[in-house]
Design a protein. Structure first.
Length: 368
């Protein structure tokens, strides 16, 4: 479900029965907007009916008139409900249990639902700031800085397009236990929990690595690279709207950089904003394995970027790989080799040949 930059974030109430999951929006207009966005994105949305709630005795005596179908919609159950609810969460909305729900659990269909309503009432607020001259705001329930608590959020929907015919004989069936459906579109709860633990283990390895790095050595390496390629530190991204070129995003707290190129119409400003607003799905946090996976730049948030260096050039990808390799690997967040030919090369020699891996110290050598 696509999220517009200025989406009105809401606190959505949830009620469930064995055969339906109802989402209560603050107003009928809000409900219509959400229904339209979910439907356009291919999710199942149905009209709400009070029959199920009434049959299970969920509607208190004298409160039947409070069921307003105009601001309530049904997202079904199981995998369909998980996909729709997770899409709402990823768009920044907050799910809370309606007061009619007895003994509310922590989750429904794999999606987290809060028991406590926010103090702001029906509409939730989000963190915002002006960063590098442009407005930024937290979306999808995240903060403007990366945290361990929000790093590996569970989303059961697979982010990969998979087809049975692309798998060797028997391999598809061997993977069935990881999925809730025969088409391998939704992971099981058990797989998600295990993958989350793996992602957090890798997160901790990366954090220990960052803590071991010398700030002075990092600064010297950064300045050498910027000077060698004539890159200047910038403070106002709006001046780079539509400007093609090379950029270095600097995350000083972690002693890390990300090197990128921008050649499209949006230029450097658009590419940097994309990194700030995108999120890594759960099934893409580990690449290729726990023991060597680098944290993706899209897992960090806007305020984690503390400096930006840029160079205007019509051919950024001719220099991207060279610039990337001029910075020691321990200071880089790039997960693949630089340059436009990385994808082509992967198709020829295999993905393993273009993946960048983190070399973590042995457990006995890591600082406590």
């Amino acid at each position: 479900m696509a999220t517009r930059e200025l989406t009105h974030l809401m606190e959505l109430e949830i009620t469930t029965t064995p055969r339906e999951t109802l989402v209560w929006a603050p107003t009928a207009q809000d409900a219509e907007q959400l229904r339209r966005e979910l439907t356009d994105a291919g999710f199942i949305v149905m009209d709400a009916d009070p029959w199920e709630l009434n049959a299970f005795g969920r509607i208190p005596e004298g409160e039947h008139s409070k069921f307003d179908p105009a601001r309530i919609f049904n997202v079904e159950i199981g995998a369909e409900a998980n996909a729709s609810l997770q899409a709402l969460i990823d768009s920044g909305h907050r799910l809370v249990w309606h007061r009619w729900q007895p003994r509310p659990p922590r989750k429904v269909w794999g999606a987290t639902v809060s028991v406590q309503r926010s103090s702001a009432g029906s509409a939730s607020t989000s963190e915002s700031a002006v960063h590098f001259g442009i407005p930024v705001r937290a979306t999808r329930g995240l903060n403007l800085r990366m945290t361990r608590e929000t790093y590996a959020r569970i989303n059961k929907r697979s982010s990969f397009y998979v087809r049975r015919e692309d798998y060797p004989d028997g391999l598809w069936e061997q993977l069935d236990d990881n999925y809730d459906d025969p088409e391998h579109r939704f992971y099981t709860d058990a797989w998600c929990e295990e993958e989350r633990e793996r992602a957090l283990a890798n997160f901790d390895l990366n954090m220990a690595h960052f803590a071991s790095l010398d700030p002075a050595e990092f600064e010297n390496a950064l300045q050498r690279a910027a000077k060698k390629y004539g890159m200047a530190e910038i403070t106002d991204l709006s001046k780079w709207d539509g400007v093609p070129g090379l950029y270095i995003m600097v995350l000083d707290e972690y002693r890390q950089v990300y090197v990128g190129g921008a050649a499209g119409a949006g230029g450097i400003m658009k590419r940097v904003k994309q990194h700030w607003t995108r999120t890594q799905p759960l099934d893409r946090l580990i690449w290729p394995d726990v023991e060597s996976s680098i944290l993706a730049i899209d897992s960090f948030r806007a305020l984690d970027t503390t400096r930006i260096f840029a160079l205007k050039t019509a051919s950024p990808f001719e220099l991207e790989a060279e610039l990337l390799e001029s910075i020691p690997a321990k200071f880089r967040l790039n997960r693949i080799m630089g340059g436009r030919d990385a994808v082509k090369l992967a198709a020829i020699v295999g993905v393993d040949k273009v993946i960048k891996r983190r070399k973590f110290p042995a457990p006995d050598d890591q600082p406590s």
